[in-house]
Design a protein around this ligand. Structure first.
Ligand SMILES: *Cc1c(COP(=O)(O)O)cnc(C)c1O
Length: 449
């Protein structure tokens, strides 16, 4: 079987995510036969270095023997059982370990099977907590401009990326959207720290005005990934956490993308030394193997639902695959690798390599910024360097880099005009350098430089 045969069969029956299907009249559809480490291989033997961890999920490479073994073992014991009224060892162990490694106070784990659902759980739980507490005026959420929290209607409503949201606006609840701390917008000469601190004033103003009607503030700590990998300083989270406490509003930390070491610490919140009221995790949770997500919360919130059945305070939310044992076993294997291999510390070398390998791009006439937080590095292509004037989106310059990557053995899937690396942690320094070369040529080509 060749790529071509699969491509045709695929296009006859499959509708792909986040795609204009008509693009595939020109754009190759790439059937993947196997994955190994950082590599994906198609049916003609072409290999692609998975620089974006297959949409940010893969942590330790494809076909990782340790994760494979864990899932195989679990498969022969128990593939699934409903989690209402029943439990199993993987979900118990995983919950104990998540409680142990997440910021202090997050003591309860509620499971779902994807990131958007974890966000829905946090939104509903927060609202319901206030209702159970007699605060019925609290029905709204505060979010940041340029934020992303998933695609289901509740999660979409608290996001702010127009590309995904605008069409569905009539269906969505209305959050209070506050201008965010995205440091790309800072003034020339202003530090990211100073800018994040300055932008926080908008949040304080919104809380002053709306706290009575607000359940929670939801943020992506440190990096707004789907919003073009825009970054901000931890000081913002510190100020926000303090304000949420003062104003009697929950803080939801959506670490679905940034959790599990992406920002250089196990969880991004650690860099601000804060504990949110809710933390949503998914993506890297199973090292990119199986759909699983978890919403962690505090004893205080848990206890507000804990009462006699007839008081009708219970959280009656569920998903069919809640706490799936195979997913939990993959997650346990993931946490084991983090501990045994001292991954967070080992990654420092890779972070440094990503920084040095892309250093020259800072001077590129069509690069507005090269920014990095831990294991996430982003390169913003611009039409005009000093004004940071963006290329019109219709020109689809990022798509040219994507094509260039594929033709040169790299899977780079830019977000608009932003090329980024968010690789599996098993990437080598040599592979990082090679990726940087491919990206550089791709950017030269896409910007006619
Ligand atoms: C990917 C993502 C989600 C949604 O997760 P899905 O599993 O795709 O539903 C939510 N929040 C953030 C920050 C994400 O990056």
């Amino acid at each position: 079987m060749s790529n071509q045969t699969y491509k045709q069969r695929d296009l006859n029956a499959v509708w792909h995510p986040c795609s204009q299907m008509k693009d595939h009249e020109q754009l190759p559809m790439i059937p993947i036969r196997r994955g190994q480490g950082v590599w994906l291989e198609d049916f003609e033997g072409n290999r692609y270095l998975d620089a974006i961890s297959s949409w940010w999920v893969n942590l330790f490479g494809h076909a990782n023997p340790r994760v494979n073994d864990a899932i195989k073992q679990q498969l022969d014991e128990l593939e699934h059982v409903m989690l209402a009224g029943f439990t199993h060892e993987p979900v118990i162990k995983l919950s104990e370990q998540l409680v142990a490694i997440t910021p202090a106070g997050l003591n309860r784990c509620f499971y779902a099977d994807n990131g958007s659902s974890a966000v829905e759980v946090a939104l509903k739980m927060s609202f319901h907590y206030w209702r159970n507490s007699g605060k019925e005026s609290k029905t709204r959420f505060i979010n940041l401009s340029n934020s992303y929290h998933g695609e289901t209607l509740g999660a979409l409503a608290v996001g702010d990326v127009a590309l995904y949201k605008e069409t569905y606006e009539p269906l969505l609840m209305q959050p209070i959207t506050v201008p965010g701390p995205d440091c790309y917008q800072r003034e020339a000469g202003e530090s990211c720290h100073a800018y994040s601190q300055r932008m926080y004033e908008h949040m304080e103003a919104a809380l002053n005005e709306h706290a009575e009607e607000v359940c929670a503030v939801i943020v992506e700590p440190l990096v707004q990934c789907a919003g073009n990998m825009r970054m901000y300083d931890p000081v913002y989270l510190k100020l926000l956490k303090d304000a949420c406490e003062r104003h009697g509003v929950h803080l939801i930390a959506d670490e679905i993308a940034v959790g599990f070491g992406r920002t250089g610490t196990m969880f991004a919140c650690e860099q601000a030394a804060i504990s949110p009221d809710f933390m949503c995790l998914s993506k890297g949770l199973t090292a990119g193997y199986l759909p699983l997500s978890v919403t962690l919360t505090t004893d205080n919130i848990y206890e507000c639902f804990y009462d006699d059945y007839t008081t009708q305070k219970a959280f009656l939310h569920s998903h069919s695959y809640t706490g799936n044992p195979l997913g939990c076993s993959a997650a346990l294997a993931t946490l084991k690798i983090f501990a045994e291999d001292n991954v967070i510390k080992q990654n420092k070398r890779l972070e440094e390599e990503m920084r040095t390998a892309t250093m020259h791009l800072r001077d590129h006439p069509h690069v507005g910024e090269v920014r990095q937080t831990g294991m996430i590095l982003a390169i913003e292509m611009v039409k005009e360097k000093y004004s940071k004037q963006a290329y019109p989106w219709e020109e689809r310059r990022g798509l040219q880099v994507y094509r260039h990557g594929l033709n040169n053995g790299a899977l780079l899937r830019p977000l608009g005009n932003v090329i980024y690396f968010m690789p599996p942690y098993v990437i080598t320094p040599q592979q990082i350098r090679s990726l940087a070369e491919i990206a550089t040529k791709g950017i030269d080509h896409a910007t006619d430089y």
